[in-house]
Write a protein that binds this ligand. Structure first.
Ligand code: NAD
Ligand code: GLY
Length: 368
């Protein structure tokens, strides 16, 4: 098992990565200190892993007084991004109230990024904040969403518009859970790993170039390396800028375009990671058009997405529509869409100072 630390000053917590963690009672008892636990999951993940986790948390696991008197309740949400809403978060509040849970309760988020974001948001709000632990079960959640404390839900007007920065008490990433992940979901998670290579670590990018086949066939060592390195990078960035005042925004490379693609296609055509892949392609296109990177880097971004079997054809949603949707992005300041652009492989900038004509030309090429 690999252990990393996230340290944002007011909050410090461990990330544990490895096989067999859902049944590792010693680890769970060390990381999950609360007596009143609410496991939040969804119908799909519940079928696969809920019994395993509740079994490991069972009261007779370890002879400690506090653990022996644990109460474990469940809240099973519907599956899907379309359910990442305030209404669904309300179901978590209802469960916490129904079980008479107090401020010392701990929420356990067992699932992908959707469950993690909803459960974390509910934990941030319930009684003005109870502890929560992320137990991510998708590659995307293990490399990205479970770390760093961004929680929230969607609004009909845009993605993740309602939320809070609220750090978990711990992240427990059991790599065995990836065995049941559909291929398409695995590939969507790889898009976020590619993102770290693009904006931070050119050696990771090279490694991905050389090891993509292993990742696609779920080679355990390759996946473990990709998860560990991604979490290291995310922890480093979040430690410098928890609230996305500046640096953290680079982790949104491709996301402004991705959110527009997701909204324009009613969240039905693309998985989040697939849209992020397309968004990175467009951001690399614009970076090249602005003269920041040469064509070879733009082509490498396209090629690695292709190697990861991610979509590389952008949907023809219309340039004007895409631009309108991009204005809902949380990085918009004083009406200007700030974009994450590449200066070279492994280095990104966040800027509102770019040629509108170049953006228009890129949107026309990609979306018209
Ligand atoms: P998801 O949570 O919808 O999970 C994808 C699918 O896989 C779902 O159907 C889920 O039920 C299923 N699943 C989960 N674990 C499984 C397993 N082990 N085996 C089989 N099936 C499994 O999607 P996701 O890609 O994990 O997360 C996407 C969400 O994460 C988006 O809402 C996005 O906005 C959010 N996100 C948040 C952050 C953050 O920092 N908070 C970062 C990136 C993305
Ligand atoms: N996924 C981007 C971030 O957490 O900041």
């Amino acid at each position: 098992m690999q252990t990393l630390q996230v340290d944002v000053g007011h909050s410090r917590y461990p990330i544990s990565i490895g096989p067999g963690l859902l049944t590792n009672r010693e680890l769970l008892d060390a990381r999950i200190r609360g007596r009143d636990l609410l496991i939040v999951t969804n119908t799909t993940v519940a079928r696969l892993y809920l019994a395993k986790l509740t079994g490991s948390l069972a009261s007779n696991s370890i002879a400690s007084n506090s653990i022996a008197s644990r109460r474990v309740a469940e809240c099973i949400l519907p599956d899907g991004e379309q359910h990442k809403t305030l209404q669904t978060a309300g179901r978590v509040f209802d469960a916490l109230v129904a079980k008479k849970m107090n401020r010392d309760a701990t929420v356990l988020a067992l699932g992908g990024g959707v469950v993690g974001d909803i459960a974390g948001f509910a934990a941030a709000c319930y009684q003005r904040g109870v502890g929560y632990v992320q137990i991510p079960t998708t590659l995307l959640a293990q490399v990205d969403s479970s770390v760093g404390g961004k929680t929230g839900v969607n609004h009909s007007g845009g993605k993740n518009l309602i939320g809070a920065f609220y750090q978990p008490l711990a992240v427990i990433a059991d790599t065995d859970t990836l065995a049941t992940l559909p291929d398409r979901e695995l590939r969507a998670g790889l898009a976020e790993v590619i993102k770290y290579g693009c904006v931070w670590d050119p050696l990771l990018f090279d490694w991905l170039d050389n090891n993509m086949a292993k990742l696609l066939t779920r080679d355990v060592d390759a996946l473990t390396y990709a998860i560990g390195r991604s979490c290291e990078i995310k922890a480093t960035v979040v430690a410098k800028d928890e609230r996305e005042q500046n640096l953290r925004a680079i982790l949104n490379f491709g996301h402004t375009f991705a959110h527009a693609i997701e909204a324009a296609t009613a969240y039905k055509t693309y998985l989040h990671g697939e849209a992020v892949g397309l968004g990175m392609l467009i951001a690399a296109n614009l970076s090249h058009r602005l003269g920041l990177i040469d064509a070879a880097i733009k082509d490498r971004v396209r090629d690695i997405l292709g190697k990861a079997c991610l979509p590389t054809e952008t949907p023809r949603v219309g340039a004007a529509k895409a631009l309108e949707l991009m204005h809902m992005d949380k990085k918009v300041l004083a009406g200007t869409v700030r974009l994450v652009l590449l200066e070279k492989l492994g280095r990104a900038i966040v800027t509102g100072d770019y040629s509108q004509a170049a953006l228009d030309a890129t949107l026309a090429e990609c979306f018209a």
